[in-house]
Design a protein around this ligand. Structure first.
Ligand code: NAP
Length: 356
């Protein structure tokens, strides 16, 4: 008999999440009512924003309640349908969370065509992270040919796309990543002009050397000491799309206090005419079709490459998520919840670069 395995939020983390903050539970697979479909989850996306959902602190989205299924984007196959618009076997993008089955009334689903692209890409390069990169860089960052664009977390789901689009637009691209292996991939496989390891003891010096003309666009994914190294290098009129601050996501209240950087920050905003603009990708949702067309074209032409870090088994989601916040993923982190699905052959395994 099929079982619905679900991963619930058991406790709100104090600092970095621990395995005990999650609880795995088996439940019966639900039956769809009239107008509903039963989804069998194939892939679950693990994303840094989930750390925010585990916290009760006020944010742009409501937290997951204690005892509720962890939230998350998914690719699923329609297992049973009592809905006029969906048939058994359809593959859809859904937001079904950390579980192996889910019911849906069809709202918010997007049908995927496995012939167009591997369906897992709807959670990465052709989905929310890719769109985040595209919208933040092009709408806010607006790189011009010859300018220097720097991106942090450069081997990840968002950063890898930011750097490649900047390169396509004729900018000089510099990635910041953790460790030589990630830096080599960003440089040699993705074609960034330079990559700098933020763990190197002389990181600041290496970054300055990689940006001899300063920085015109800094796509912020990390914050903390990476920001401290970037900040003095920002040119007059530099643009800073603030996308994420992952280095602080595990901080306890009051941590990361340190010195008061605000006066220096505002002085630079004023005297160097900086534009610092935070964003959540969904504010640009009406541009998604434009992004999708452009990104699919770039992938097909080999200009945009991606890497998926696929971990097998829903039970591995908590450890994998904890690792994401420590830089242990290499590329877009996905959980393969089920091997079934009749999806295209050649489903990727961990760490394989898969141009379409
Ligand atoms: P990702 O880059 O695939 O994975 C996270 C990476 O962050 C890790 O692999 C690690 O890479 C780096 N990292 C973790 N802790 C770090 C630390 N203390 N210092 C420096 N680097 C650290 O994740 P992603 O999905 O692409 O997300 C990247 C950023 O974009 C996150 O901040 C996320 O919250 C943000 N985001 C924002 C939006 C939005 O709408 N604003 C949407 C999606 C994502 P290294 O090993 O290279 O350090």
């Amino acid at each position: 008999m099929a079982i619905n395995t679900r991963i619930l939020l058991a406790a709100r983390p104090d600092g970095p999440p621990k395995p005990d903050d999650f609880r795995i539970e088996d439940a019966p697979v639900p039956e769809p009512a009239e107008g509903e479909i039963l989804l069998k989850i194939l892939y679950l996306s693990l994303d840094p924003y989930m750390r925010g959902r585990m916290s009760a602190a006020k944010s742009y989205a409501a937290p997951v309640e204690i005892g509720a299924v962890m939230e998350g984007g998914t690719v699923a196959r329609v297992e049973k349908s009592r809905h006029p618009h969906y048939a058994e076997g359809d593959i859809v993008l859904s937001h079904s969370g950390w579980q192996s089955y889910a019911l849906s009334d069809g709202r918010g689903l997007r049908k995927l065509d496995p012939a167009v692209a591997p369906v897992s890409t709807a959670l990465g390069v052709l989905g929310m992270p890719g769109f985040t990169a595209w919208s933040g860089l092009l709408i806010i960052g607006q790189p011009k040919p010859g300018e220097t664009v720097v991106v942090a977390a450069a081997s990840g789901a968002v950063g890898s796309v930011v750097g490649q689009i900047a390169r396509i637009r004729g900018a000089r691209t510099v990635g910041i990543a953790g460790g030589e292996e990630k830096c080599a991939w960003v440089r040699d496989e993705l074609g960034f002009d330079a990559a700098v390891d933020h763990r190197a003891p002389d990181f600041e010096r290496q970054l300055a050397a990689a940006c001899p003309d300063g920085i015109d666009v800094y796509f912020e994914n990390v914050g903390g000491k990476v920001w401290d190294a970037v900040f003095p290098l920002l040119n007059t009129y530099a643009r800073v799309p603030v996308c994420g601050l992952i280095s602080a996501y595990n901080a306890r209240p009051g941590e990361n206090g340190g010195q008061d950087r605000l006066p220096g920050f505002f002085r630079a905003v004023l005297t160097r005419s900086l534009q610092v603009r935070g964003f959540i990708q969904r504010e640009f949702a009406d541009r998604f079709p434009e992004f999708h067309r452009e990104a699919a074209h770039w992938i097909a032409s080999g200009q945009l490459r991606y890497r998926e870090d696929i971990v097998d088994g829903l039970a591995n989601a908590p450890q994998s998520f904890i690792g994401l916040l420590e830089g242990r993923n290499f590329g877009k982190l996905l959980i393969r919840v089920s091997h079934e699905g009749g999806i295209q052959s050649g489903v990727h395994s961990i760490g394989i670069v898969t141009p379409l």
